[in-house]
Design a protein. Structure first.
Length: 169
């Protein structure tokens, strides 16, 4: 019994250190991304649009292979918002984050629940890689690429079993 207690006490600092693997600065990137949906929902498209860097690019999220820019991304989400749809939950879990000077590259798991004007709800989870540039005391997203790994309701081709964090209703 004493050996178990001793091992527990010796391993406790290692466990706590493993859980605290990201610095506050690194987690600010995660928080920035997690706040994208609530910014659109609560503050509108103008506040949302400034979160994108002027040189933003990404592959089209719908999987067409087309490259998009800030104008098309903001246009898509502006129409989404104007049509009465809302992002009702976001959850971001960092896998790796590296900050070099005023740039950050982050591998994240991103989950988003959308509630549509007709009452329909869907949730999707993505693996993503994003590049950010520091803008004052916050970040702007410079590039972001994602692939859907799970959805609820399930879409054919979902690659993994994923435990959702957003409420499922």
């Amino acid at each position: 019994m004493r050996i178990c207690v001793l091992l527990y006490l010796l391993l406790l600092p290692l466990t706590a250190a493993a859980e605290q693997q990201f610095t506050e600065e690194e987690l600010s990137v995660t928080k920035f991304w997690e706040d994208m949906g609530p910014t659109l929902r609560d503050e509108g498209i103008e506040a949302y649009a400034i979160r994108y860097h002027e040189d933003f690019t990404h592959w089209d999220v719908m999987g067409t292979g087309r490259m998009s820019d800030k104008e098309s991304a903001v246009g898509f989400w502006s129409k989404f918002h104007q049509d009465g749809h809302r992002i009702t939950c976001t959850f971001v879990e960092p896998t790796s984050i590296r900050i070099i000077n005023n740039k950050a590259i982050a591998r994240l798991t991103y989950e988003q629940t959308n509630t549509y004007a007709d009452g329909r709800v869907d949730t999707n989870a993505f693996r993503m890689v994003s590049v950010f540039e520091r803008y004052g005391d916050t970040w702007q997203t410079l590039d972001s690429n994602m692939i859907r790994i799970a959805s609820n309701p399930s879409h054919e081709g979902d690659a993994t079993e994923y435990a959702f964090h957003c409420p499922q209703s």
